[in-house]
Design a protein around this ligand. Sequence first.
Ligand code: BGP
Length: 471
Amino acid sequence: MTTTPFPDGFLWGGATAANQIEGAYDEDGKGYSVQDVMPRGISGPRSERPTPDNLKLVGIDHYHRYAEDIALFAEMGFSVYRFSIAWSRIFPNGDETEPNEAGLAFYDRVLDELEKHGIEPLVTISHYETPLHLAEQYGGWTNRALIGFYERYARTLFERFGSRVKYWLTFNEINSLLHAPFMSGGIPIPEGGVPEQQLYQAMHHELVASARATRIAREVAPEARVGCMVLSMPIYPLSPSPDDAVAVMTADHGNLVYGDVHTRGAYPGYFLRTLREKGIELDITDEDRDDLTNTVDFVSFSYYMSIAETADPEKRGSGEGNIMGGVPNPTLEASEWGWQIDPVGLRLVLNQFWDRWQKPLFIVENGLGARDQLVEVDGEKTVVDDYRIQYLNDHLVQVGEALEDGVDVLGYTSWGCIDIVSASTAQLSKRYGFIYVDRDDDGTGSLDRYRKKSFHWYADVIRTNGASLTR
Ligand code: BGP
């Protein structure tokens, strides 16, 4: 009999974000979010107001097709589905005192559908979707007022959905804030960049808001489990020199500080040193310190790639990658978008996080962005995406290794389980899904859905609880 390292009850599924999937950007009272003015993704210019070339305005029209999409997830056997709630559907400008009922009602319908299929929801409260008004009028998360607005938003969600949703994530990839201030924190970027003092203050505000959300969940939704969500990026020394090892440690600290605060409830010494050396003094109140002690129940993270680092200034520079760069690793291949593929890195990061934080882990994003070709096989339209199957298989095998290592992993949701608009490039042609969506970068296409080869492959993996993986 084939055995599997995946425990009974391991949660299998997929993940999406409201701004990349829903469309309906101005329906039922929704306000604009920062994404509605980012037609070209992270590094492209922002528009003043939403423009028709912004693919996110329509997304894949999940707002109207959620029932069909969830039925397809159920067909694959999902036991969990991660999605985000668009803040600007609930509080269109972000600073209202009363929520928009039509926005809440939409997520009730989504939850009804998930319940019908026995799929556990995993909800991201804020996934790169700060209401645009908060960016324009308040300077985004640089402003302490956002803690209060987020608190009201989070409380509204816990009160409304707390009995139906067990797993919650406070901020998507909270450690991307310093690297992508507008997308991640609604912070307008002036010429010359956002001053570091403001960036670190914004980071502090988000950490306090996250901890406060955890505190509120314990009060109003005691069944809820609240996790943080970080972008994971294992970093290898480019050479075995001690200086390169220190460069790795320093780069690691820049990422790990967020998880350290979320799990330990206070800032670590290395971070205070960074602030000292940069001459940054944060405004931290006694109440903030107290809030931060509300630590998370679990740690979730995205994993796509690893990177290398060096102390040698001539070799430094930025490799391509998921929001934060580094030095390309000469031993690894990369995807078409330059993200270096490293399944073993996932085992390493699972061990590192478990050893460091001793909290259950949840892999809430992983996958391969690739160009797909729709073809006809036996009279059915499909995509023969063996490259995606290979990527996911190899990563899941490493999750199995980590489980054998004794790491506590709650579940796995692959990113973009249905094709959606890319966060970094705003393209539809950077596809991650098990389900192909007929929509192109020029905004044409029927929006019809087709099962890819990986759809059937993943259904088998889930049905066998990982025993069908090729080791
Ligand atoms: C993460 C984000 C997602 C996402 C994914 C893939 O950073 O949390 O929103 O889209 O990366 O990135 P991309 O869409 O740029 O390929």
